[in-house]
Write a protein that binds this ligand. Structure first.
Ligand SMILES: Nc1ncnc2c1ncn2[C@@H]1O[C@H](COP(=O)(O)OP(=O)(O)OP(=O)(O)O)[C@@H](O)[C@H]1O
Length: 684
């Protein structure tokens, strides 16, 4: 056993982190998913994890099917006794044959009787196996669902800054391995409730072999055999067959395909980093989770029904296949040997039983050690799963510091003081010492050279990123005191790197305010504001047209949401040009921007791919909804390289190298004759 350095660790997260210390290299971490060496330090950590998390995990799983899990545990323990009982029963059979032969009263009828008794035992064994595996299937699919659900929940609640942390990414990776191990897909092998029962079963097998060995050597043979026989005979009668309870509704293939597609789409959304800003901004987490859960349940249900149907067809063959004819033949093969020896005192059965028990004992010990070493590795994955569930998203305020966002009738006011932000892994700040005051209801254009920090500043203002230092006040309250979800309900945005969803036009737009997904008026109004009505009309299936974003996307993580079996929708997907996609993204932003509770609209390069008419249309719409003839104003911020557009804003922010170099009205900045003035003159 190796020795590892000791570190102090209190929470499950810290224990998990300590378990990743590389024993061969101080200060280095083991890569995520790698095996933990067996050493006294890691063993102690494993025990602490078991103490802290196992009750939570097994309590969670136990609550799913208490009686079934209890039953499965009992069955596994009894199944563990089977090999020993089998050896014992066969030894009895041999002894009986030997006795009959020696007493010269052997008849074929006696032989058939003995063979019948042995066959009955084997039949019971097969039935026991069938009942145990049926019950396991039910527990397995519920467990799988619950853990996958929890994992999706972990993903969608985490914000961009949290996910940017490489340690958190490693934690989520190991948490995922833990969940995958319930599908048998983990590199560590399977460690699930059934591995635990497997360990119990192996322990009971070990004990039974020891018991048999003790019996053979002490001669106290029949009592134990009787007990084992009784247990094996009575237990199956107590068990209800899952087969009888199965709900064998017919399966609808199209429902399954739809469910599978939805499940994959939602999974992709939850895991995609490129969609993360919109996911946070539009508060899509609960909707993704709910849609995924519904689809996943349908898939698991249909999978279970399929296996029930298959099993129902398979019961006779299952039982027959479990009758180990070779074992019986092995016993029979000893009869000639008995006939030859004719010894009145020899007991070949006892001799074989002893020999088999010794062999089985060693084999069982090997399997048990293997199972325990698998479990040891998976304990650390379990810690990752537990710790991941309790990560506090970076943008969440402390409970005692929370302030409720109050709707500002005149739009959102923003004050930034010495705002600085550096991307993880970078040395130079992308935003540096930004100071600005934006009054409620103002329209602000942010302009500047490429890479000057405009989009980064926008993401900080939108509470997608968290500034490293400085202060950001929204309606005179520190933005860090608002719940991000609550704050996001009062803003709408179109990002420069907006998302293209592998979905219909309607879905692509309505994710801006997903509660109105089926509200045609709301969707059509958003389409109208973005000047996309003509585009939608030109599509054969209008809002229901499925969009093909692959052909127009060049992003590296543009993973296709695989449609199984090459479905019809895949064939009829519609590609869009860059400008058309931009109109769809703007419609999405207008879906929310038009709502009364929204105080801030932020568009990052909203019209970069639009023609002059479309561009005018978008700015007219912005004007209409942010400065309505009656009703509340909204603050509008837009980032643009088109200075002919910027000049219409109330004030202009000129950025360079992460900082604001000029701020004022168009006229003021021209008079100043600085960077803005030279850029403006160059553009006209
Ligand atoms: N995810 C990131 N990780 C590290 N650095 C980044 C990241 N995103 C942007 N940057 C860097 O931050 C700086 C500011 O980028 P930002 O996108 O805010 O500029 P911008 O003014 O919006 O540029 P553009 O006009 O080209 O859109 C750039 O130097 C950029 O390389």
């Amino acid at each position: 056993m190796a020795t590892c350095k000791s570190t102090s660790a209190d929470t499950v997260f810290e224990i998990w982190l300590a378990s990743r210390a590389n024993p061969n290299s101080t200060g280095q971490r083991l890569p995520p998913g790698s095996h933990r060496p067996l050493c006294s330090r890691k063993l102690r950590l494993a025990l602490r994890i078991l103490k802290s998390c196992s009750a939570e995990i097994f309590g969670m799983l136990w609550s799913l099917h208490p009686w079934r899990i209890g039953l499965t545990l009992a069955l596994e323990i009894i199944r563990g006794l089977s090999p020993a009982f089998k050896g014992y029963s066969q030894a009895l059979l041999i002894n009986e044959v030997q006795r009959l032969i020696i007493s010269r009263q052997f008849t074929c009828g006696d032989l058939l009787h003995l063979v019948g008794a042995e066959t009955t035992r084997i039949g019971f064994e097969g039935l026991l196996d069938y009942l145990a595996s049926s019950s396991e299937d039910v527990i397995h699919s519920s467990t799988q669902f619950l853990l996958e659900y929890k994992q999706m929940q972990q993903r969608v609640r985490l914000d961009v800054p949290t996910l940017n942390d490489p340690v958190i990414r490693d934690l989520l990776h190991e948490s995922e391995l833990f969940v995958r191990s319930f599908n048998g897909m983990s590199s560590f092998g399977l460690f699930s409730t059934f591995d635990l029962t497997h360990i119990l079963s192996l322990i009971s097998e070990l004990v039974s072999h020891l018991l048999i060995l003790a019996s053979v050597t002490s001669g106290d043979f029949h009592l134990h055999a009787l007990l084992l026989s009784l247990i094996l005979s009575v237990l199956p009668l107590m068990l209800g067959s899952r087969h009888a309870q199965a709900d064998l509704e017919g399966c609808d293939d199209s429902v399954e395909i739809r469910a599978l597609v939805t499940q994959e789409k939602m999974h992709f959304l939850a895991y995609s980093n490129s969609h993360r800003p919109e996911l946070a901004l539009f508060g899509l987490g609960p909707w993704i989770l709910q849609s995924w859960a519904q689809a996943r349940k349908t898939m698991l249900k249909s999978g279970r029904q399929e296996s029930i149907l298959k099993e129902a067809e398979r019961i006779p063959s299952y039982l027959i296949s479990n009758i180990n004819i070779s074992g019986l033949l092995f016993v029979m093969q000893n009869i000639p040997l008995l006939l030859a020896t004719h010894s009145p005192s020899a007991s070949l059965g006892n001799f074989l039983l002893y020999r088999n028990s010794i062999e089985s004992l060693l084999f069982t010990i090997r399997r048990l050690l293997h199972a325990i070493s698998m479990a040891y590795q998976n304990i650390f994955l379990m810690a990752a799963f537990c710790a991941a569930s309790s990560i506090k998203p970076r943008l969440h305020p402390d409970d005692d510091n929370v302030v409720q966002y109050k709707n500002n009738p005149g739009g959102m006011s923003i004050t930034a003081r010495n705002l600085t932000y550096t991307y993880p892994g970078s040395t130079d700040p992308a935003v540096k010492d930004v100071n600005i005051t934006i009054n409620a209801g103002e329209s602000i254009a942010i302009v500047g050279f490429n890479g000057s920090g405009k989009s980064t500043l926008a993401k900080i203002l939108l509470r997608i990123l968290d500034h490293d230092s400085g202060e950001l006040l929204v309606n005179d309250i520190d933005i860090r005191r608002y719940w991000p979800e609550e704050f996001h309900a009062h803003v709408s945005a179109a990002f420069q790197d907006f998302s293209k969803y592998d979905a219909s036009v309607r879905e692509n737009i309505a994710v801006g305010f997903v509660e109105e997904l089926q509200n045609n008026d709301a969707v059509e109004s958003a389409v109208h504001l973005a000047g996309a009505a003509g585009l939608v009309r030109s599509l054969a299936q209008g809002l229901e047209t499925e969009l093909d974003f692959i052909s127009t996307s060049s992003r590296s993580d543009a993973t296709p949401w695989a449609s199984p079996h090459g479905t019809k929708s895949e064939l009829s997907r519609h590609g869009l040009s860059g400008g058309e996609w931009q109109r769809i993204a703007l419609s999405r932003a207008f879906m929310r921007a038009n709502r009364p509770e929204v105080d801030l609209i932020l568009f990052d390069e909203p019209t970069s791919s639009l023609d002059a008419h479309a561009q005018k249309r978008v700015f007219d719409s912005l004007q209409t909804i942010s400065r309505p003839a009656s009703g509340a104003k909204k603050t509008v911020i837009y980032i643009t390289h088109r200075l002919s557009t910027a000049r219409h804003a109330d004030k202009i922010v000129m950025m360079d190298k992460g900082t604001i170099v000029e701020f004022g009205t168009h006229e003021e900045l021209l008079t100043r004759n600085g960077q803005y003035a030279s850029l403006y003159k160059a553009s006209v």
